[in-house]
Ligand binder design. Structure first.
Ligand code: PLP
Length: 378
């Protein structure tokens, strides 16, 4: 039964909000891995804002950092030095092993910035990306995103991009040449359904970029910030990209994104900018988030293995707390049945169930979640 609050919200949404999303529940509270809907029903949240709420919901240290900063200064503009901003940049440089950071407000914006930086520093125009890849909805990020049904209605798009098979080094070598500005690659394809490439693949991308002077742009928007058990997904392959883009898990739900680049790859005065990006609140939330992730990161791989073992009969694809399973056409029904039993999961592309829970999830919560999934999948 729905409460008046949910009904009222659905009614207003139908009348006044553009119908771009498919949604059902109304989440009104969150704490740790648990959320509550407007009817008071509790769920273990393995969606976590799609890999955003890395420290769980309303982590006390993140809440305190945001509140303390809000009492000092909420916004001041990048015309001035911004409290916390350079501290956060330093942390991102440390965890990526790169040289300098630039802040934006989302994953798509981070990839837009990467397109601009690659073009302006290489003087080249073309990009290569992968089939199944997702890099965002703004027009530049969409141009390097594969999914035809979300890209084609908006064509022609810039920049020109060639798509090659994910995990296919031969196709990559055919596509990259001396006019390629950059190659966009996810360490694991998230929106495609948690597709983990062969072990050598990211190293081959690195080599191919080096051979042609193209930039390797690792989109770590979903795989970054500890999600896979290391700070970056590419670190499992021992690869250092030229540019890393980050967003989702950076600040526990406070909007922020970043581009981090190797030495010599920088925006010079006037080449890029943003009114809100890397503001005092976002940067405070980011710093607090990193300090929490640092504590829980050593356990992420082990927790992922607990999921893998418990779900073994469904052939899960697991790296850290990024988990995918092919369940086919029944995916939406499975999602719904899990929600009825108090577990939120979501369907990525092609009938793939995706779990990206907060990194703080407990063993007991993992056991409850996997019990529900096994019961639903039968
Ligand atoms: N890149 C990847 C790998 C993503 O998974 C996403 C979002 O799902 C994006 C970019 C776009 O991020 P945002 O929705 O913050 O623009």
């Amino acid at each position: 039964m729905m409460t008046g609050a949910t009904e009222r919200c659905k009614d207003l949404d139908a009348r006044y909000y553009m119908p771009a999303f498919t949604r059902d529940l109304m989440i009104v509270r969150g704490s740790g891995c648990r959320v509550r809907d407007a009817d008071g029903k509790e769920y273990i949240d393995c969606v976590a804002g799609i890999a955003v709420c890395s420290t769980g919901h309303c982590h006390p240290r993140v809440v305190r950092a945001i509140c303390d900063q809000a009492h000092q200064l909420i916004h001041c503009s990048n015309l001035y030095y911004v409290p916390n901003q350079a501290d956060l940049a330093r942390r991102l440089v440390e965890i990526t092993g790169l040289s300098k950071a630039f802040f934006v407000n989302s994953g798509a914006e981070a990839n837009e910035a990467a397109i601009k930086l690659a073009r302006v520093r290489t003087g080249r125009r073309k990009f290569v990306a992968f089939k199944g890849g997702f890099h965002g909805r703004t027009t530049g990020a969409l141009a390097v995103t594969y999914k035809p049904d979300i890209r084609e209605p908006f064509e022609p798009l810039e920049p020109a991009c060639t798509f090659v098979g994910y995990g296919d080094p031969g196709g990559l070598r055919d596509a990259v040449d001396d006019e390629t500005a950059g190659v966009f690659v996810e360490a694991i394809q998230g929106e495609a359904g948690v597709i983990i490439p062969p072990d050598d693949f990211l190293r081959e991308v690195r080599e191919c970029c080096d051979e042609h002077g193209a930039l390797m742009i690792a989109d770590e928007v979903q795989t970054g910030m500890g999600r896979t058990g290391k700070w970056l997904g590419v670190q499992h392959a021992g690869v250092v990209p030229d540019i890393v883009t980050l967003a989702k898990g950076m600040a526990s739900g406070f909007p922020i994104g970043a581009l981090v680049a190797r030495e010599g790859l920088e925006f010079m005065k006037g080449e890029h900018g943003s009114t809100f990006a890397g503001g005092p609140l976002a940067s405070a939330a980011g710093l607090a988030t990193i300090s929490v992730i640092e504590e829980v990161l050593p356990e992420v791989g082990r927790k992922g293995e607990r999921f893998r073992n418990a779900l073994a009969s469904h052939d899960p694809r697991v790296r850290g707390l990024m988990i995918g399973m092919s369940v086919g056409e029944r995916c939406r029904d499975v999602q719904q049945a899990c929600a009825e039993r108090g577990v939120l999961v979501n369907c990525a592309a092609d009938g793939n169930l995706r779990l990206v829970p907060p990194l703080i999830i407990s063993d007991e919560e993992i056991d409850t979640v996997t019990g529900v999934i096994n019961e639903v999948l039968g």
